[in-house]
Design a protein around this ligand. Structure first.
Ligand SMILES: Cc1ncc(COP(=O)(O)O)c(C=O)c1O
Length: 410
């Protein structure tokens, strides 16, 4: 994508499938911030896409027990029967959706689920509709698989949500998938049943279009928001929908690398073909840990939600107190996606004009030593994303620095 740095190295010619794709802007900013920190600068990084909680103790214990009983070999290709059963029960219990074991797949993170799904279904030139702002990996994975991301801007005024008219207009004979993510990374916006309904009606009228939903942040929602997954609202779409989820965010298990999905048997089988030649199976120990995560006590999720909500409120109100910034209150996830149109056209104390959101975030990093990610990395400008999955003390300090830095612009 054009918001990323191309891989350029003298004498090295990458394959054409990745020639136009670079290292993610988020990783670049993270690396730069980490280098500054190493040089002794007091950098605060608000870029992390992972909870600052630890994996629950019962989950760790299950992993240790798995090692001790010798669960250290290759497992079934796309998930152990025990984990598929736990996932099937989770879908029934929490989402009111029935997926049989052969309609479930497990992979090395939800990222690999997305990769397997697109590799297994997208032919060169096939279109994938992605509302923006979007999680950066979506469009890059589609492109690697030879598809064409069709990006549809969904501004703050529209709640960062796709509208039925936009979807209807974007569908062509080449549309293979529409990909929806609720609650969203980066906007935190979520679709209620009423928000989803008109979109699902559009899809019912276009039987060649499949629906991929990423429910990764399902358990991180606020203010009584009722999470619902599309297949539960419209079972007629189940035969052409892939419902993606994982343990990374809800159970603070990003490093364990387990994601999963429910979908029609034929699609699940096709995805297994890709996985069989990519990784053979997900980690045996991580699968055992995930069984415990899904079957074990869930009450701690409420406490974690309350902690995230407290931090969300702190960040949103601090951002909205800064003239020139405008932050919508997100329904879920642990990100804010704040507009920064009021900063465009201003000049930094060093005389640099802020032309784009990436200039603003560069300024925040250089002058305030706060690392945040520009909206351009997520396909929508001028905005910037803050991840508030960090301590309240760090957030308070970072927001004070951002306010001071904004006040120094002229
Ligand atoms: C919206 C969304 N989906 C999927 C993922 C990937 O999760 P996993 O760790 O399971 O690969 C992320 C991670 O940041 C995400 O933000």
């Amino acid at each position: 994508m054009n918001n990323q740095t191309k891989i350029e190295e003298a004498g090295f010619q990458p394959a054409s499938r990745i020639a136009a794709i670079g290292v993610s802007k988020i990783l670049q900013i993270g690396a730069r911030a980490a280098a500054m920190k190493k040089d002794g600068l007091p950098v605060i990084i608000l870029g992390a896409g992972e909870p600052d909680f630890d994996t629950p103790d019962n989950v760790k214990a299950a992993a240790k027990a798995a090692i001790d009983r010798g669960d250290t070999k290759y497992t079934a290709l796309d998930g152990t029967p025990a984990l598929k059963k736990a996932i099937s029960e989770k879908f029934r219990r929490e989402n009111n959706v029935d997926y049989a074991l052969e309609e479930i797949t497990v992979a090395t993170g939800a990222k690999q689920i997305l990769f397997n799904a697109f590799m297994a279904t997208v032919n060169p030139g096939d279109e994938v509709i992605i509302p923006t702002p979007y999680w950066t990996s979506y469009s890059d994975i589609v492109e690697i698989c030879g598809g064409v991301p069709v990006l549809i801007p969904c501004e703050a005024e529209a709640g960062f949500r796709l509208k039925a008219e936009q979807l209807e207009k974007a569908i062509t004979p080449k549309t293979r998938w529409v990909l929806l993510n609720s609650p969203s990374n980066p906007s935190g916006a979520a679709y209620s049943e009423a928000d989803y309904r008109p979109l699902l009606d559009v899809l019912l009228r276009h039987p060649h279009v499949w629906l991929m939903v990423d429910d990764m942040y399902e358990h991180i929602v606020y203010d009584g928001f009722r999470f619902v997954t599309p297949v539960a609202i419209e079972p007629r779409l189940k035969s052409r929908a892939l419902t993606i989820n994982g343990v990374s965010k809800a159970y603070a298990m990003t490093g364990w690398r387990i994601g999963y999905a429910g979908g029609p048997k034929a699609l699940i089988k096709a995805m297994a073909v890709i996985q069989s030649q990519a990784t053979s199976c997900p980690s045996s120990v991580s699968q055992a840990a995930s069984v415990e995560a899904l079957n074990g006590p869930q009450d701690f999720l409420k406490d974690r939600q309350a902690s995230f909500k407290h931090r969300r409120d702190l960040v949103v109100s601090a951002l909205n107190a800064i003239p020139g910034l405008a932050c919508r209150t997100p329904e879920g996830a642990f990100y804010t996606f704040s507009g920064c149109a009021g900063m465009i056209g201003k000049t930094t104390p060093r005389g640099k004009r802020i032309e784009a959101d990436s200039d603003f975030t560069d300024y925040l990093l250089e002058d305030a030593n706060v690392a945040v990610v520009p909206g351009s990395a997520f396909g929508l400008s001028p905005y910037f994303r803050i991840s508030y999955a960090t301590s309240e003390a760090e957030l308070t300090e970072a927001l004070k620095r951002i306010a001071d830095a904004c006040a120094r612009l002229s």
